[in-house]
Design a protein. Structure first.
Length: 217
């Protein structure tokens, strides 16, 4: 019985004939123990199948999934809020606490103290599982913001109380509407830095008026 082996590129058909000694050994092995090869293949297939099923069964989602994200002007606190959400929910065992510098972890982000690329975190509540996208607020990275917002079922608009609505605040609201984000929740941040209650009311009023003009609910 001829015995050959192919040491080749998958696209090649060239076969290299074995030496007489290896040919003889191969012939004896095949004739004397034809069942060993079948047994080995079956055993490997069974193990591979078990590993495949184990890997497929590691995660089962039992709650409705929602995509959310933080948008707004640069330095208004989007990443800080994202980190705070994971910290609060981690105390309830519903998330892994992720620090601010773990979300903005690229060297350029750490150097400049801003978000450049979208960052993703996950957490859950008693009712839902959430995938959270933290979008950049800087005008130079608006394309990254659009990419993140396009995936959202709802957005969290973060506005700094001392600053009020800024250019990227309004731009992000308009872009969120254009890419189909169905609704926004407004988070007024840094209110402890404002001593005048009337100023807070003015900021809230301006924000409500602009949202109403864009027909956001």
């Amino acid at each position: 019985m001829a015995c050959s082996v192919a040491f080749r590129n998958p696209n090649s058909k060239r076969l290299i004939t074995l030496s007489p000694q290896l040919h003889s050994f191969c012939r004896r092995s095949v004739i004397s123990s034809p069942s060993l090869l079948t047994e080995s293949v079956n055993r490997n297939d069974h193990n591979a199948s078990n590993q495949w099923w184990r890997s497929m069964a590691t995660f089962t989602r039992t709650k409705p999934h929602v995509n959310v994200g933080t948008i707004g002007h640069v330095d208004h606190g989007k990443t800080t809020l994202t980190a705070a959400i994971t910290k609060v929910l981690s105390d309830e065992g519903k998330a892994k606490a992720i620090a601010f510098d773990e979300i903005d972890k690229a060297p350029e982000e750490k150097k400049r103290g801003i978000t450049i690329a979208t960052a993703h975190v996950e957490y859950e509540t008693a009712q839902r599982h959430y995938a959270h996208v933290d979008c950049p607020g800087h005008a130079d990275y608006v394309k990254n913001m659009i990419t993140g917002a396009a995936q959202m079922d709802g957005g969290i608009l973060v506005v700094s109380a001392p600053d009020g609505p800024m250019p990227q605040t309004k731009e992000h609201i308009l872009l969120a509407r254009q890419v189909g984000v169905p609704s926004l929740v407004c988070f007024l941040n840094k209110v402890d830095a404002v001593d005048d209650p009337e100023l807070l009311e003015l900021v809230e009023l301006e924000l409500r008026e602009f949202l109403a003009s864009t027909t956001f609910p």
